[in-house]
Write a protein that binds this ligand. Structure first.
Ligand SMILES: [Zn+2]
Length: 182
């Protein structure tokens, strides 16, 4: 997740006037499908890895990690945090679809560093209902990666927790920095 403005505009593919963004995506899909050849893949990821990452638009996970179609599961949310729903996806990934390794990716300039748990209170004030979910904001990115790794490693629902590694992706250099346990 990213709060806009800090890194300037990225308007290289602005929508054409009159068409909604979704219309544009549907048109792009028509071109994609016209050239599509069924690769005949199995749903089980070839590399037996699940990648949990922030939804930030600046992270092209497949290119950044040298991944091809069919190689991995990608689980993305605001912050790339390990929530109950992330564990749900990882449990299915491991137990039903054969993945064994987990890679966690946070990144520099994450919007979750500029938001606080007050977000829930503000939402409640606005809509009259308190969200059931935690915002999962953080200030120390390294520590949040460590917490995410710990949540995966200690989950009783996961079958494979011996290969869990966490990284911070630098959105300006494209490099990964591994976070080790203290
Ligand atoms: Zn982010």
């Amino acid at each position: 997740m990213s709060i806009p403005a800090a890194d300037g505009p990225a308007a290289t593919s602005a929508p054409t006037a009159g068409a909604s963004i979704t219309d544009r995506l549907v048109e792009a899909n028509a071109r994609y499908a016209a050239a599509f050849h069924d690769p005949g893949m199995d749903a089980r990821p070839v590399l037996q890895v699940a990648v949990v990452a922030c939804m930030d638009a600046r992270i092209d996970l497949h290119r950044a990690l040298g991944l091809e179609l069919g190689d991995c599961h990608t689980i993305r949310n605001a912050g790339g945090v390990v929530t109950d729903d992330t564990i749900r996806s990882l449990a299915i990934s491991q137990r039903a679809l054969g993945t064994r390794s987990v890679v966690l990716i946070h990144h520099t300039g994450c919007g979750m560093q500029s938001i606080t748990e007050d977000f829930r209170t503000e939402l409640e004030a606005e809509v009259g209902q308190r969200p059931t979910w935690a915002v999962e904001s953080f200030t120390d990115i390294d520590q949040d990666v460590r917490q995410s790794m710990a949540r995966v490693r200690t989950s009783p629902f996961l079958a494979h927790t011996d290969d869990v590694r966490g990284f911070v992706f630098d959105v300006h250099t494209g490099s990964l920095r591994e976070i080790t346990n203290k």
